[in-house]
Write a protein that binds this ligand. Sequence first.
Ligand code: SF4
Length: 214
Amino acid sequence: MENSGNIERRAQFISKTLADIYPNVTIPLQYTSPFSLLVAVILSAQCTDERVNKVTPPLFSLAPDAAAMARLAPETIEKMIHSCGLSHSKARFIQGCARVISERYGGIVPSTSGELENLPGVGHKTASVMISQCFNGYAFPVDTHIRRLANRWRLADSQNVSIVEKNLKTIFPAAEWRDLHIRMIKFGREYCPARNHSADSCPICKVLLKIDVN
Ligand code: SF4
């Protein structure tokens, strides 16, 4: 079992370095309401944020809220979101979410993970993004970038996202979770790709090695 002091020092260094690199933390998906964020997060599966941000304005002009989206045929939504990929299932998830939110919750997106995870196409990660961004709750959504970084930085030793999430929640204070998860995703995309990462030019690992030696 690794010395907990080492893990704590690594975590503090990582958190500070990421905050220095990304002082302003905003989620790259554009949204104006919990419902529009929910739709954007569903669309972002295996799609870039830039592409989602191009698709959502015309979609929300046509259907600005859950009631209006629920009235659209899935085929209409599918055509509008085609360029995001997986459009057949995403369209049905979006329309299904809109219908449930409209009929069961009076058009207001629910704010608990249990309720969110019962919506069509909404898993634990999407529910965590909603809780973190819209409802001021403590959540640490773990995607493939965060799982990769947590393992490379030896903050976790698992490919299971639930275990990685549990480890990160233990290591970092809850007040840091929201900004840290966004910073880790940005760093993963920019500096720490799945392949061809370079420890020599990287602002994190070259220092992490020294922390472990001292
Ligand atoms: S050296 Fe940099 S890019 Fe490579 S694993 Fe470490 S943080 Fe990621």
